[in-house]
Design a protein around this ligand. Sequence first.
Ligand code: KIV
Length: 265
Amino acid sequence: MKPITLTTLKELKRKSEKITCLTAYDFSFASLLDRAGIDMIMVGDSLGMVMQGHETTLPVSLAEMVYHGRCVARGVSRALIIVDMPFTSYQESPQRAFASAGRLMQRGGAQVVKLEGGEPMAETVRFLVERGIPVCAHLGLTPQSVHQLGGYRVQGREASAAERIRHDALALQQAGAGLLVLEAIPAELAKTMTAELEIPTIGIGAGPDCDGQVLVLHDMLGVYPRPSPKFSRNFMVGAPSVEEAVKAYIGAVKSGAFPGPEHGY
Ligand code: KIV
């Protein structure tokens, strides 16, 4: 099967075919997801919570992201691999971001790097993209800013906040971002943004109208011991195996059955 690229994802958006994504952090799960036919695998810094047991993603280091990215890459032949830039590895300057992203691509199996933040990150996005590093941006609930946001709460509910997010998205697209994750924002806002952006939007708690969906693997398999967010669903319920649960997720996203209204804001 042909490997998925950013061009493939843009083509899926054009054809209104939903894009599927799950997180993975190791070889065995990554190869299972790839076999099941997932379009993208995200090595998220959520690994700080689901693999390491921290309360937030903040303690995750670049070396840890490189390690997990490399493990994932060994199991994948088709899916596009996105690796998160961890907290403090990119915010300081475009040059610092380039050095971190370079390590993720050279040693950590990344084909695309993901960073959080709005217009203030646009210069960094441009710096990376102009130097050959594809970037996925992340807006809405940005977990690395959890203390600034006052907790894991839905973003963009007030008109001015929604306008800010739309404006940020356009600035990031203009800077060259190839994809945009929208986390925990009202479904209507995500729908509007998905229609006005050329780049694919990947939602998590952002309603059914994004171009694609992502969930944290441990949430959708129901194995995370702490409460999972309302926007997740346990696909192991009724599934005879992990592989079948992943296939059920892929099918539900592709058909538009997931997420339902109960998973959105
Ligand atoms: O860290 C992560 O896993 C993520 C996705 C869930 C969007 O950022």
